[in-house]
Design a protein around this ligand. Sequence first.
Ligand code: GAR
Length: 196
Amino acid sequence: MKNAAVLISGRGSNLSALMAAQGSAYRIVLVVSNVEGAGGLEIAAAAGIPVKVIPHQGKSRETFDAEVDAVLREAGADIVCLAGFMRILSDGFVRAWEGKLVNIHPSLLPAYKGIRVHERVIEAKEALSGASVHFVVPELDAGPVIAQGSVPVHPSDTPQTLAARVLEIEHSLYPQALQLLATGGVRLEKGLAVFG
Ligand code: GAR
């Protein structure tokens, strides 16, 4: 049984999905948000999961990351999941949690890293989009992929309708990927995701 911590900045629907799938593989021991009032905080607190708000304003990236690192260690986290956490983490933090730090991104990585993903997918008239769970490495959204799911892009899609379709698969993808990581079914080795 692994202890997972989840870092959020917003509504927390992926956090909810991870919470719903807790079981023999992992349990969520802490939720950290850099945004006070983030919706996910209430969801976690209502379920009795400890929450911490660590505002980032007026701090260097290193100071903020050190504060996050301290609460993660105090909580005994083995795995850290970024779930709509909209801050870039320092190289030092990422290296310290290498192989234990994962993120979900709403595109078929390596395509469409960064922000405004759904807008750019629609602008490019892509037929497919999706979501990826990946190990976090210092370069943004560039870590080895653990799991991906795809959805069609319809000609009538707006960024909102596409985001909703992608989000639905995120909610099944992220718990599956976390279960795989927590049970040793995937690991990061020499910069690659190694399965089995
Ligand atoms: C999700 O779509 C997630 O993939 C995305 O933010 C949303 C968070 O929703 N993450 C990123 O764009 C990270 N670059 P949630 O708060 O309801 O889980």
